[in-house]
Design a protein. Structure first.
Length: 372
């Protein structure tokens, strides 16, 4: 099969996650940036056994804008999702049509007449952050760095020059190097090693014979019917958001531990009560934060989507992030218990000293009474 015989059409979906605050007030919004706010709804279309539950954040659909894209004028669709963990997720959709998969490599980091897509999305996130400042609990002083993921969505079924349908798995076997070059943003397809192409495309899943999702660290390739793009994209969006929040979570723990160690070295014993109270508050806050983060990814009732989430989370190394954070939480717990035990020891010492003093006083009074 020659790649030139296939006409590819679909959308490139850019997913950006921003951590903006510790938490967001659970108050419904009516409008954002002058546009109505609605509840996000996704309908899973795969006929697999499931008890589906999707977290439904508040969402704003912004009016489409036109830009000069990599291959001419394009129409961008933008959406903003608000999540109670103090994060916002922005997605931008850009359509494409091409006869050569290599043409899509330049869609990774598009540059428009007014600057890069990343700069435009960052400005949009800043506008959202400023407008919602009153709804944030412990907002960040400045917008933190984004966590980005690019998904190349190709409409299925794929057909060759003669109009015959192509099995997605067969297509991947015959176009593995081109698919790997697209995911790794490599313009020199022929220079890409077999080892790298196998690694980049090694994690792929298929449900029907015409659909396929290939997941890599920085980007993914999705081949499916356009009506079914949304469910897979939302799973990837949640995983990307979870990565951004775990990174923020890790920064919070680093700052808390550094501050606790510093205070323990510098402050006298009598001020450790304040440190103990602060550590106790952090432990409670982190437990609630972890619970919130887990709730937004409860979609495992759909087996196929669960497999996609496991694949994306493996590429993002979410399990490693969880282990690192669990170790820091354990260190925080150990420090808390150490300080708490130290406080209890001081109380016990004070009680023992008090008992000894009372005993001495009792003896003195006894001798005094016998003398008189």
């Amino acid at each position: 099969m020659e790649q030139q015989a296939i006409h590819y059409r679909g959308k490139v979906v850019y997913i950006y996650a921003f951590d903006v605050a510790y938490e967001m007030k659970r108050e419904p919004l009516e409008r954002l940036l002058g546009h109505p706010v609605e509840q996000f709804v996704v309908d899973a279309g795969k006929r697999s056994p499931r008890q589906l539950f999707f977290y439904r954040p508040q969402m704003v659909r912004l009016p489409p804008v036109e830009r000069d894209g990599p291959r001419g004028r394009v129409r961008l669709e933008r959406t903003v999702k608000l999540l109670p963990v103090g994060a916002i997720s922005i997605t931008v959709r850009m359509p494409f049509e091409t006869d050569n998969l290599a043409d899509l490599v330049e869609y990774h980091d598009p540059v428009f007449e007014n600057g890069t897509l990343l700069n435009e999305v960052t400005q949009l996130a800043e506008s959202v952050r400023n407008e919602l400042a009153a709804y944030f609990i412990r907002p960040l002083r400045a917008l933190a760095g984004e966590e980005a993921y690019t998904v190349f969505c190709i409409a299925a079924p794929l057909v060759d020059g003669g109009g015959a349908r192509i099995c997605a798995e067969k297509w991947l076997r015959e176009n593995r190097r081109e698919a790997a070059a697209l995911l790794t943003q490599e313009p020199e397809v022929n220079h890409l090693s077999k080892q790298e192409s196998d690694e980049s495309t090694g994690l792929h899943l298929s449900y029907y014979d015409h659909d396929m999702v290939v997941m890599d660290w920085d980007a993914a390739l999705l081949i499916d019917e356009p009506a079914h793009f949304a469910e897979t994209l939302y799973v990837m969006e949640l995983a990307n958001l979870q990565l951004a929040e775990l990174e923020a979570y890790d920064r919070i723990l680093d700052d808390s531990l550094d501050r606790a160690y510093r205070d323990l070295r510098k402050r006298p014993i009598r001020s450790r009560r304040g440190i103990l109270s602060e550590l106790r508050e952090i432990r409670i806050d982190m437990a609630r934060f972890s619970d919130e983060l887990s709730n937004i990814t409860k979609f495992f009732g759909d087996w196929h989507l669960a497999r996609i989430y496991q694949g994306v989370s493996a590429r993002f190394h979410l399990a490693d992030w969880h282990r690192t954070i669990d170790e820091k939480l354990k260190t925080l717990d150990d420090l808390y218990e150490l300080l708490n035990q130290d406080r209890m020891n001081r109380w016990m010492l004070s009680l023992e000293v008090t008992i000894v003093l009372l005993f001495v006083i009792d003896l003195v009074m006894l001798f005094w009474s016998m003398k008189h």
